[in-house]
Design a protein around this ligand. Structure first.
Ligand SMILES: [Zn+2]
Ligand SMILES: [Zn+2]
Length: 258
């Protein structure tokens, strides 16, 4: 089965998709889905990017089955480590994505994060912070969108070039590989040939360092985005020597195309 392992419905502050829309779309595509609502504890705008987990399980629990799993996307930050751990252990999530959205209490989406700093400084800080977060968050199943910074940085060329940041990226990949955690292929940024060319060295390095698993997620915020670029992601994973998996009750299961 193919499983789109990353999407947001109306429990996430920035999404309005209804569960029924996601179910209908995934049925049409013939794939499974994992819902992964945003939970960024201590988010700088109070009440944003957090959700009522009891209500989530109460409302979505009855729809849970082999093809519809319930996960969460945790915003990792060092000062929230213990609360994030409590959340992860306190609920029966199938799957936990760990992501870096906020550094030093500033959302990377906000342009103030970038003011007066070079790309080199910003990206070094981003990967250093990611390493600190991954080191602490040993309970995540997959590291979300490793190139997230490239979505919003204001530089003419926002791409992450592995060679330029390998000193920062390698320790992150090493740690994930050692713990058998997965690295996500996030298809929100279109997997064009150019984008794939830049991602190859990162994912191949992960495989070289002993990494085995990738998860594939559209990061859909609306139904039409579910399953986006999955064929390209599958080919990419095979090319890099990695196995696409999804997580059910915290255990990896192999994804197959047929
Ligand atoms: Zn995210
Ligand atoms: Zn997301």
């Amino acid at each position: 089965m193919i499983m789109d392992t990353h999407m947001h419905t109306c429990f996430s502050s920035d999404a309005t998709m209804k569960l029924q829309e996601a179910i209908a779309q995934s049925g049409e595509l013939g794939i499974g889905i994992t819902i992964t609502e945003h939970m960024d504890l201590a988010y700088p705008e109070p009440g944003q990017f957090i959700f009522d987990v009891d209500a989530y399980f109460r409302e979505y629990g009855p729809y849970r089955n082999e093809r519809l799993l319930l996960g969460v996307e945790i915003g990792m930050r060092p000062d929230c480590l213990e609360d994030n751990r409590k959340l992860a252990k306190g609920y029966p999530f199938d799957y936990i994505i760990g992501s870096v959205h906020v550094i030093n209490n500033i959302d990377l989406y906000w342009q103030s994060f970038y003011e007066g700093r070079t790309k080199k400084e910003i990206y070094t800080c981003y990967f250093d912070s990611m390493l600190e977060c991954v080191a602490g968050h040993d309970f995540i199943h997959s590291l979300g969108h490793i190139d997230y910074i490239a979505r919003y940085a204001p530089f003419a060329d926002t791409n992450v070039y592995y060679e330029e940041f390998k000193e920062q990226i390698d320790p992150v990949l090493t740690l994930l590989a050692k713990r058998e955690q997965a690295l996500e292929i996030n298809t929100k940024r279109p997997l064009t040939p150019d984008a794939l060319r830049l991602l190859v060295p990162v994912y191949q390095r992960f495989a070289e360092l002993g990494g085995r698993y990738v998860t594939i997620g559209s990061d859909a915020h609306r139904a039409s985005e579910i399953g986006r670029d999955f064929a390209a992601a599958f080919d990419f994973a095979a090319h890099c020597g990695l196995r696409p998996v999804w997580f059910q009750e915290g255990k990896p299961r192999y994804m197959r195309r047929d």
